[in-house]
Design a protein around this ligand. Structure first.
Ligand code: ACO
Length: 440
């Protein structure tokens, strides 16, 4: 699995501009999505395509994830995310995303073996954790540690992307495995407990939970309900085509920087409250409602008030204008996990009431604002005992196979270009420097 298939030319569109007719090709993908190829627009007309927030701009061809926001469809390499969440495990989905197909038994075993072999981090790196100030956000530690991997494992990161591509199995598994270890260590640092090292006899999610929750004085046996729920959550976060953090990975990677640096940049982008950081914000919002006596109407009114910058976290999405298929599965998983663990979380009742009210409110209905992937995930994490500042870290672990697959695909694309958008300049026209005494 390498470079993405070329899109088929299925027609042309005419642009009438200043008395000339310019013809631009119309391309079609495998799911009949169509796009106008504007790559020669400036050359032919002197015009650039201006599109704030890239609401309407495709930046690449890709074979990894198919998403139809109007129909609420999400597929990885053709497989519906619902099927994968029900039947697969995160490690298998990671393999699927990176390699383009589900593994055979022997390949799966090799992959698991590689994940185990690469799960430790260089012992010197543990010193870094110790020197971070108390209460550092684990996302800051995570991104710092990932970019530091390039110093500890330099053979794959000297800017020699071709070499990295040749070793993608090692690079990918190394990152997949070590990110989990770094994430658990950053949690242990934040609570002042000793690090727990990865174990060779535990599967990916159980290993992570063990590194998070066992201690020298308290052994931990991963509850299968929690282990399964974690697999489902990581699968549902594993890729989402050209979202903010993935586009960041591709853009930073387009400068031919090493994979670790590109992924570290993706982690920083994911941290933002409008993106993956929303899962932490949701819990803060629900707790705020709880403190106010459970009055959900007040936050709904605030979210609708255009003078108030507040937004209802966990609602709305750039591409889903029907429902987010991940949110449906997560909501059901949330209800199931809380029931099976016999956890009664008042925040779930608040969340359910908020969703119900929002869905009958014309403001949200007209704008097609539905719960997104972040709305219910935090309540599951809470039930698992995962603290709020680790929620987006968990999202990063889930999204990593997608970032790797997208980085790899972009590097192998024969139409590879450094990414460099244009602008329309609206600043001052030519003026000349005045000595400071003459300025007034
Ligand atoms: N609460 C209140 N109003 C909202 C919300 C919200 N959560 N989301 C969108 N709107 C309103 C906007 O104010 C705007 O209203 P207007 O047309 O009257 O000006 C309209 O809906 C369209 O919103 P945009 O901001 O233009 O939509 P965009 O696609 O640019 O933003 C985003 C999408 C960032 C996800 C937005 O819906 C939002 O801020 N949601 C809350 C944060 C969140 O949950 N982010 C996680 C998204 S999932 C993920 O990244 C993993």
């Amino acid at each position: 699995m390498g470079a993405p298939q070329l899109a088929t030319k299925v027609g042309a569109a005419e642009l009438h501009y200043e008395g000339r007719v310019i013809t631009l090709p119309v391309l079609e993908g495998s799911e009949h999505e169509r796009g106008l190829d504007t790559s020669r627009l400036r050359e032919l007309t002197g015009l650039v395509a201006l599109d704030y927030g890239y609401k309407n701009t495709g930046s690449c061809r890709s074979e990894i994830t198919y998403l139809d926001g109007e129909q609420g469809i999400l597929r990885y390499r053709g497989y519906p995310v619902e099927e994968l969440a029900e039947k697969s495990r995160f490690v298998e989905v990671a393999y699927l995303l990176v390699h383009g197909r589900l593994p055979l038994l022997a390949e799966q075993q090799d992959f698991s073996e590689l994940l185990t072999r690469h799960s430790m981090i260089h012992e010197d790196m543990t010193q870094f954790f110790k020197n971070y100030p108390e209460h550092s956000h684990p996302m800051a530690i995570l991104s710092g540690m990932v970019v530091s991997l390039s110093s500890f494992y330099p053979e794959l990161s000297q800017g020699n992307v071709d070499e990295e591509l040749a070793h993608i199995d090692i690079t990918a598994t190394r990152l997949l495995s070590k990110l989990r270890t770094i994430a658990a260590f950053s949690y242990k640092k934040s609570i002042g407990e000793p690090f727990v090292y990865p174990r060779h006899n535990l599967k990916y999610c159980a290993n992570f939970l063990n590194m998070m929750f066992s201690s020298p004085v308290r052994p931990y046996d991963a509850n299968p309900v929690i282990e399964r729920a974690l697999n489902v959550l990581l699968i549902l976060h594993a890729d989402h085509e050209q979202n903010c953090s993935t586009s960041t990975v591709r853009l930073v990677g387009s400068a031919k920087v090493n994979l670790y640096a590109a992924v570290a940049a993706g982690i920083c982008a994911l941290w933002g409250p409008l993106h993956g950081g929303a899962n932490q914000e949701v819990i803060g919002m629900l707790e705020g409602i709880q403190r106010q006596g459970g009055d959900v109407k007040r936050v709904i009114e605030r979210a609708k008030d255009k003078k108030d910058p507040f937004r209802l976290y966990g609602f709305g999405h750039r591409v889903y204008k029907n429902h987010d298929p991940r949110a449906r599965i997560i909501k059901q998983t949330c209800v199931d996990v809380l029931r099976e663990l016999k956890v009664k979380d008042p925040l779930l009742d608040i969340a359910l009431e908020l969703e119900e009210r929002v869905q009958s409110d014309p403001y949200f209905v007209e704008r097609k604002l539905y719960p997104n992937v972040d709305f219910y995930s935090g309540i599951i994490y809470r039930a698992m005992g995962i603290p709020e500042n680790m929620f987006t870290v968990l999202f990063s672990i889930g999204r990593l196979p997608g970032w790797i697959a997208q980085w790899k695909e972009s590097q192998e694309d024969p139409e590879f270009k450094i990414q460099r958008p244009r602008q329309i300049y609206t600043g001052p026209t030519l003026r000349h420097y005045l000595p400071i005494q003459e300025r007034g």
